[in-house]
Design a protein around this ligand. Structure first.
Ligand code: 6PG
Length: 228
């Protein structure tokens, strides 16, 4: 379902409410909860709204759905974004699990990241995804060298490396089956250009051309949060 909001602020508030509720349900059930969030530029307001929620953040672990293989102090680091905008206020008590250690290559770092992810309370209580105008989500990029493996529902992998022409730098991504197993999945998309890309992705066509199709095909279908 596409949930349409009049402004980015209202979208951020509603998304934060949904994700906080998903965390809260899992905390009640298990005592701990883990979530995976998207990076990029769109989530800033959502992160700020979520960070202010009153939850037992000490029992919450936050990781990323994907990361660019850059130093943590790079402006392109998704970990840096989470640090600046989400691990603040009440949410500063949460534990953050990074997906990159840029002293190595993603291929060298993958095993250590898999181990860290295996230690979480899986499946995730919530996953938030973004989308690029090329139809990528997480680091499922068209033309990605490990795209088929990352999307494979039966590969049994939780983490994949990704190198793709549109990706900028090498990446690490959680795999599709791990993301789709989450209790709650929300896709945050803003602006007219992304809406046009979403409409194109909703048309029948190859998943490898617009990999977000693999997420849109999930049942129950994830909610899409959109505003102009
Ligand atoms: C990343 C992401 C990626 C992102 C989209 C949208 O690290 O690049 O997690 O999948 O969600 O590229 O990015 P923007 O929000 O910057 O448009």
């Amino acid at each position: 379902m596409i949930k349409v909001f009049p402004s980015p602020e209202e979208l951020a508030a509603a998304l934060a409410e949904t994700i906080a509720a998903a965390i809260s349900r899992r905390l009640e059930k298990d005592g701990t909860a883990a979530i995976a969030v998207s990076g990029g530029t769109t989530p800033v307001r959502f992160f700020q709204a979520l960070s202010k929620k009153s939850l037992n953040w000490r029992a919450v672990t936050i990781t990323l759905v994907d990361e660019r293989w850059v130093p943590a102090d790079s402006a392109r680091s998704n970990a840096g974004l989470v640090q600046r905008d989400l691990l603040q206020g009440p949410a500063a008590a949460a534990t953050f699990i990074p997906l990159a250690d840029a002293t190595t290559t993603p291929e060298q770092g993958k095993a250590g990241i898999e181990e860290a992810i295996r230690g979480l309370n899986l499946p995730f209580a919530a996953v938030t995804l973004g989308m690029g105008n090329d139809g990528h989500t997480a680091s499922f990029f068209p033309g990605g060298d490990r795209l088929a493996e990352a999307l494979n529902p039966s590969a049994g992998q939780t983490v994949e490396t990704m190198r793709a022409p549109g990706a900028g730098e090498p990446r690490v991504t959680l795999t599709l089956p791990l993301l789709l197993a989450a209790d709650t999945i929300a896709i945050q998309i803003e602006g007219a250009a992304k809406r046009a890309a979403l409409d194109a992705a909703m048309q029948p066509g190859p998943v490898m051309d617009m990999p977000i199709r693999a997420v849109l095909a999930a049942r129950p279908a994830p909610d899409i949060y959109w505003c102009p």
